[in-house]
Design a protein around this ligand. Structure first.
Ligand code: PEP
Ligand code: MG
Length: 324
C-alpha cells in the first residue's frame, strides 16, 4: 500500500469522473520538509503563525518575522500561502504572554487578543506584507471571527499597514483576505462576511468544539468530540452550499480534511479545496483518485440522514471498505 501511495504522489487529485480537487498543506515550523511537497500541492492552506512564536523568548520583531514569512512565501511561490494572524489563547499559550482564564477557549483568543493589541498585529501585518514584496502569493486569514466589526477593524489595520509601507517606499499588492469559519455564529452571518472578505476557511476542529460544547483537548470528554456528529456535518454542508451561492471560495483546514473518509464527505458537500498536514496527503489523494465525485455526493446524502456519530462512523467504515 505504501508503495502504491508513493507511486501516486505526483499524480493529480482528480476523481475517476473528472472532478478536480485542490489539496493544500498546513504548516507551522520546519519549512524545509514541507517545501518538498511543493510539486504535489496547490499551496499552503494554513500557516499557523503562532507556532514559531511559541518557541521564542519574546514576540519576534518585525525584521525577524519578515525573514520567517519570506521563507514560507519563497519556498512555495508562485503557489499561494495562507498566513493566519496570531491565534493564541485557548490551548496555545506563549510563555512570555501568559493568559490565565477559567474558560480559555471561550475567552481571549485569536483576533480578540490581536485587536486588543494592535501594536502586535501591526508588526505582524507589516512583516507579512513586506515579505510578500515581489512574490504576491500572500493571503491573510483572520482566526476566531465572531463579529463583522472584528473583520472591519482588521481590514483597516491591513490597509494602514499597506499605506505605511508605501510611504516608506515598500510597495506591496493588497493580498486576498479571508476569515476562519470556526465560531458557530459565523454560520448565520455568511452574507455579511462575504461582503467583506475574499475567501472562507472552515476550521472544523474549533467548529466541532464549539458546536458540541466539548473541549477539544479534554480526555474526559474525548469520546464526545467528533467531527462526524450529524450536527457538525449538517453545519459543514450548509457552509459549503451557502458559500457557493454567495460566490465565496471556501476550503476546509481542520483535521477532518486530512481523514480520507472526511475528505470524501467534504468533497461530496462541495468543498473543492482541502488543507491538511503533510503526512495525510497521500491517503487523501488516493481516496479522491478512487471514488467518483458522484459517489461522494451520494455518500453525503446517505450520511446526512443518520442520527448519531456512531451510525455515521459505521456507515463511513462500511463504504470505505467497499472502495479499498
Ligand atoms: C481549526 O480550528 O479547525 C483549525 C484549523 O485551526 P486550529 O486547529 O489551529 O485551531
Ligand atoms: Mg481553530
Amino acid at each position: 500500500l505504501v508503495k502504491l501511495l508513493e507511486n501516486e504522489q505526483y499524480l493529480p487529485s482528480i476523481t475517476p469522473d473528472g472532478h478536480d480537487m485542490t489539496l493544500m498543506v498546513n504548516t507551522g515550523l520546519a519549512v524545509d520538509t514541507v517545501a518538498s511537497l511543493k510539486p504535489r500541492i496547490g499551496g499552503v492552506g494554513l500557516y499557523r503563525t503562532e507556532v514559531p512564536f511559541m518557541i521564542t523568548e519574546r514576540f519576534p520583531g518585525e525584521q525577524e518575522q519578515t525573514r520567517l514569512y519570506r521563507e514560507q512565501l519563497t519556498s512555495f511561490a508562485p503557489l499561494p500561502v495562507v498566513m493566519r494572524t496570531l491565534d493564541i489563547g485557548g490551548d496555545k499559550d506563549l510563555p512570555y504572554f501568559p493568559i490565565e482564564e477559567a474558560n480559555p477557549f471561550l475567552g481571549w483568543r485569536g483576533i480578540r487578543v490581536t485587536l486588543d493589541h494592535p501594536e502586535v498585529l501591526m508588526v505582524q501585518l507589516r512583516a507579512m506584507l513586506k515579505a510578500s514584496q515581489g512574490l504576491d502569493n500572500l493571503q491573510i486569514l483572520l482566526p476566531m471571527i465572531t463579529n463583522v466589526n472584528e473583520v472591519d477593524d482588521a481590514l483597516k489595520l491591513i490597509e494602514r499597514a499597506i499605506v505605511e509601507l508605501g510611504e516608506e517606499g515598500v510597495d506591496v499588492e493588497r493580498p486576498l483576505v479571508g476569515v476562519m469559519l470556526e465560531v458557530p455564529a459565523t454560520l448565520y452571518q455568511l452574507g455579511a462576511l462575504a461582503r467583506r472578505v475574499d475567501f472562507f476557511s472552515v476550521g472544523s476542529n474549533d467548529l466541532t468544539q464549539y458546536l458540541l460544547a466539548v473541549d477539544r483537548n479534554n480526555p474526559r470528554v474525548a469520546d464526545l468530540y467528533d467531527s462526524c456528529h450529524p450536527a457538525v456535518l449538517s453545519a459543514l454542508h450548509r457552509l459549503a452550499e451557502e458559500s457557493k451561492q454567495l460566490g465565496v471560495p471556501a476550503s476546509v483546514c481542520g483535521e477532518l480534511a486530512g481523514d480520507p473518509a472526511g475528505a470524501l464527505l467534504l468533497m461530496g458537500m462541495g468543498f473543492d479545496t482541502l488543507s491538511m498536514n503533510g503526512p495525510s496527503l497521500p491517503r487523501v489523494r488516493a481516496a479522491i483518485r478512487r471514488v467518483p465525485h458522484q459517489a461522494a455526493m451520494q455518500l453525503v446524502e446517505e450520511t446526512l440522514v443518520l442520527e448519531s456519530p456512531a451510525e455515521v462512523r459505521a456507515h463511513l467504515t462500511a463504504r470505505m471498505q467497499k472502495w479499498q
